[in-house]
Design a protein around this ligand. Structure first.
Ligand code: 2M8
Length: 445
């Protein structure tokens, strides 16, 4: 109990230090801008402490919504402050190539996992009754437009599953699923050049992400450059404004993004019911199709869900924590939900001294300290705690929540953690770790 009180105090301190006016920077040392799912998780934690600040966190992000409904994955800070290395930011995106990009803010041209409805619900229910109606009232149409954009622009054939066009859209930048795909499909002169020792040395000096943490903890230089090159195809496409995507734009039905969207759809319907509104019919039809479509990503042999390459229709069979996220949706067949939950039990595929590893420890892709290729992330643990609770597995949910709190007590309020030792990795004083640990502490109290 005392340890939890100390940890909560420290977490509050991180959220105070990272506050930047209306939003919270993910970390003061490296991430000065606003990111979509970071802000959503931060708002979920802030809802316990200061619901009005949490509401501003959401509203500031929504103010950068595009005319077509997309909520961008990044909103660039007007005064980002000093940061070591090259901050490619707005130079890279030039998102105003798309006429729907906002005039009042500079943003990226892609989105991120849509955790927003979950955050809007939790913040709204924490506000006073009068603020709540206003908050839900202004955010429901924004969310409706956002979800409608997903199904209109990212699932034009009406398959029930939306595609992601860049690894950064999944938030799990160097998950092996995407790394393998990108190496095979996305040519990058920059990545090729970086194999020359002198070029490599020069590029390494320009990196900003290795100032606050070791290079082994970050994305491999070549893979990072390939991600940067992938934005070129998106720019040529003007982020959707130039008809069908060119062939070098990835089209992946990502299992994490679709699971989070399906969960968000259910919450969207709940917000609408709360204020006596109804969802547009077309959106309702898409929402209705999605859960059955998600089941087409289930591989009964591997007993896991996998993302799919929408062009070749091949499943991308790399086991990652994303494979478990369908547990977070409503309406999963009971036996499938049971099978997924069993992967988290002691000795099972996703067990570890400090679970849940983003890649199973016995996988040839596993890297103990490298970003999204093995380490444990608090946002995914939080998602699985909520999923297990809703699936009626309260005991496992509490156990995962406790182990996550213990990990953060040992490792510090860091960006991610070694699943074998609990050592804190990546950037220090990381906002979503702080926010979600506050939520987890309240769950186990
Ligand atoms: C990481 O992603 C950004 C690009 O969007 C980066 O590598 O600079 C990811 O961990 C992502 O999930 C996260 O939202 C972002 C900010 O914390 O950082």
């Amino acid at each position: 109990m005392i340890a939890c009180a100390m940890l909560e105090r420290e977490a509050r301190g991180v959220l105070a230090a990272n506050e930047r006016g209306d939003y919270t920077a993910p970390s003061s040392t490296h991430y000065p801008h606003q990111w979509l799912w970071d802000s959503a998780y931060v708002a979920i934690g802030l809802a316990h402490l200061d619901p009005r600040r949490a509401a501003r966190e959401i509203d500031s992000l929504m103010a950068a919504q595009w005319a077509n409904g997309m909520v961008p994955h990044m909103v660039f800070a007007t005064h980002p402050g000093r940061r070591r290395g090259l901050d490619l930011g707005r130079l890279l995106w030039r998102s105003r190539l798309n006429p729907g990009a906002p005039r009042a803010a500079r943003t990226s041209g892609i989105t991120q996992p849509p955790v927003l409805a979950e955050a809007v619900w939790r913040v709204g229910t924490a506000l006073d009754a009068s603020d709540r109606d206003d908050f839900f009232g202004r955010n429901l149409p924004r969310l409706v437009q956002y979800h409608a954009w997903f199904y209109r622009e990212r699932d034009p054939s009406g398959s029930g599953l939306v595609v992601s066009v860049h690894p950064w859209e999944t938030g799990m930048d160097n998950s092996p699923v995407w790394t393998h795909y990108m190496r095979a499909h996305v040519p990058s002169t920059l990545a090729d050049l970086s194999r020359r020792p002198r070029v490599r040395a020069g590029l390494r000096r320009l990196r900003g992400d290795t100032a606050g943490s070791a290079e082994s903890e970050r994305i491999d230089l070549e893979d990072g450059l390939r991600s940067i090159s992938a934005t070129r195809g998106l720019r040529r496409w003007r982020y959707g404004a130039s008809g069908p995507p060119p062939p070098d734009v990835p089209q992946i039905q990502d299992v994490a993004v679709n699971s989070i969207l399906i969960r968000a759809n259910a919450i969207l319907a709940r917000i609408a019911a709360e204020i006596g509104a109804s969802l547009p019919e077309g959106l309702q039809a898409a929402i209705h199709r999605a859960p059955a479509a998600l089941m087409t990503l289930w591989d009964p042999g591997a007993r896991l869900f996998f993302s799919r390459d929408a062009s070749s229709q091949q499943l991308l069979r790399s086991a990652t924590a994303a494979s478990l996220l369908p547990l977070y949706t409503d309406g999963l067949p009971r036996d499938v939900a049971g099978t997924l939950a069993a992967h988290l039990r002691p000795g099972a595929l996703f067990d570890a001294p400090f679970p849940v590893p983003t890649v199973p420890l016995n996988s040839s892709d596993f890297r103990e300290v490298t970003y999204w290729t093995g380490p444990t992330w608090v946002n995914l643990n939080w998602t699985l705690v909520v999923a297990l609770e809703r699936a009626g597995d309260g005991e496992m949910a509490t156990s995962l929540a406790r182990r996550t709190i213990e990990m953060v007590s040992i490792g510090g309020i860091r960006e991610y953690f070694s699943p074998t030792t609990g050592r804190g990795l990546g950037m220090p004083d990381f906002s979503w770790t702080a926010a979600l640990v506050i939520d987890l502490i309240r769950r186990v109290r």
